[in-house]
Design a protein around this ligand. Structure first.
Ligand SMILES: NC(=O)c1ccc[n+]([C@@H]2O[C@H](COP(=O)([O-])OP(=O)(O)OC[C@H]3O[C@@H](n4cnc5c(N)ncnc54)[C@H](O)[C@@H]3O)[C@@H](O)[C@H]2O)c1
Length: 441
């Protein structure tokens, strides 16, 4: 069976009934014959391998969080001797205040560094704290950095791992929906500088990413919506109508807004949607692992426009990043900015005659459902000039001009700067006049 992303599902999905996948992998990779530990029945699992340039990366998903020995064995590591865990720890766990409990579920054996939560902590100071903790715990170059948290923790931990002794081992356990479907997969790392998002960073994919729906049960509604925005973006560009339809229905019915949703079994249903998003992103990054500006081959490209494969993932982001910058980083969540940006890119695409009107209307309406009422008040505070400047100085410029990704009848298309885009951007900046009704959806 071949999935729409071209990956063979029968090859990439493996489900032994009732047996803990993590234990199974442990037994196989450690080469020992050992009776597998049993986990609760119905443990759903899957495993996908990607090759991102020189880096092999696997994404393993299940209902339950892995134990640290599962993580070690997935990487083919020998389990550390108990007595050795002390001055020379084999690994370092990095988490934030909201994910410490999850980190403790995963290991009591490894040192755990807890950083403050949120975008404000995505700084060089945090990177330095991680590097010092690694040094103080005696990690060698074969030491394993394990990031357990949302996109901020995973980006920071991955960046620190990429420069520690010129590159240490890395595993990630994403704990927000946004991080599962996007940030933890594909190898972009970084931190914010001078008020600019991810100004410094590296490409350094995790050797293994562990997605566990159990981690989502404590996720606040606002963060769920933020993750749904990235998931929705991926569905829009995926060229997979059934993926788009499934998500459209889910967002339309607003089930995630019901009290108790995050504690229900529904989070487990998300594994299949998360998996679809991971496959779409993984497939795109495999073709263009470093967002090469001269690479114009592959997946849904407008080669004439000189676009790049990976840049498709920026759908909604050029507008979203400009909004985040104009408001000050951390004022709205990344996903809220993406939802708003997605609506703007549909608006632009329709004006350019690229996005079919029905699709544009759907995207604008559904993106709006992912934004709280309070978002309208926040957006009234945007300074149009600042927004315009941020939009034009987007770091993904080509030949000095920003490029835009707009939804098309076949996913999404990258378009170069032109007179019509300039007119749209000018009028968009002028709409920030304190009236949020100017941004329907
Ligand atoms: N590397 C990439 O390719 C990539 C892609 C998209 C986004 N990002 C980055 O990701 C970041 C946004 O990620 P995010 O939305 O996960 O934000 P985040 O990491 O700030 O997490 C959001 C909030 O949720 C809390 N949290 C995390 N897991 C939780 C859980 N299970 N239960 C309760 N609370 C939990 C966090 O402590 C934080 O307060 C941005 O910095 C963005 O630049 C990176």
């Amino acid at each position: 069976m071949v999935s729409n992303t071209g990956l063979s599902l029968s090859q990439s999905v493996f489900r032994p009934p009732g047996v803990c996948f993590w234990s199974f992998i442990f037994c196989v990779t450690s080469g020992r014959v050992k009776k597998p530990r049993l986990r609760p029945k119905g443990f759903l699992l899957s495993r996908h391998h990607f090759q991102f340039g020189n880096y092999a990366s696997s994404v393993v998903s299940g209902k339950k969080l892995p134990r640290f020995e599962d993580i070690f064995s997935e990487l083919g590591y020998k389990l550390p001797e108990k007595s050795a865990a002390g001055k020379t720890a084999p690994g370092l766990v990095v988490c934030d205040k909201n994910t410490t409990a999850l980190a403790r579920d995963i290991t009591n054996e490894l040192p755990v560094l807890t950083l403050p939560p949120g975008e404000a902590a995505k700084t060089w100071q945090s990177v330095e704290t991680i590097l010092r903790a690694a040094r103080n715990n005696g990690l060698g170059r074969d030491g394993l950095f394990i990031g357990i948290g949302g996109g901020v923790i995973c980006d920071l931990t991955a960046f620190a791992a990429s420069i520690y002794m010129r590159g240490a081992e890395l595993a990630l356990v994403p704990t927000t929906l946004l991080c599962m479907v996007d940030a933890a997969v594909g190898g972009k790392t970084g931190f914010d500088l001078e008020g600019l998002k991810n100004l410094a960073g590296t490409f350094y994919p995790a050797k293994a990413v562990f997605i566990a729906s159990e981690a989502l049960k404590t996720l606040p509604l606002r963060e769920w919506k933020s993750g749904l925005a990235e998931l929705f973006k991926t569905a829009v560009l995926s060229k997979d109508e059934s993926f788009f339809e499934e998500l459209r229905r889910f967002i339309e019915t607003g089930g995630f807004e019901n009290p108790g949703f995050t504690n229900s079994e529904t989070t487990e249903q998300f594994l299949s949607l998360i998996e679809k998003a991971v496959l779409v992103k993984g497939r795109i990054v495999e073709v263009d692992p470093r967002e090469d500006l001269n690479n114009a081959a592959g997946f849904g490209m407008d080669a004439a426009a000189g676009g790049t494969e990976r840049a498709l993932l920026n759908l909604g982001h050029t507008f979203g990043h400009a909004l985040e910058s104009a408001l000050g980083l951390g004022t709205v969540t990344h996903g809220e900015a993406v939802a708003w940006g997605l609506a703007r890119s549909a608006e632009l695409g329709q004006q350019l005659g690229i996005t079919p009107p029905k699709r544009a209307e759907e995207i604008i309406r559904l993106s709006g459902r992912l934004l709280d009422d309070s978002f309208g008040k926040v957006i009234c505070r945007v300074n149009g000039e600042l927004f315009h400047t941020a939009l034009l100085s987007d770091k993904k410029k080509k030949a000095g001009k920003p490029r835009f990704v707009v939804p098309s009848s076949e996913g999404a298309l990258i378009i170069e700067w032109n007179k019509n885009i300039e007119t749209y951007c000018n009028s968009l900046a002028a709409r920030f006049s304190g009236n949020s009704a100017l941004f329907p959806g």
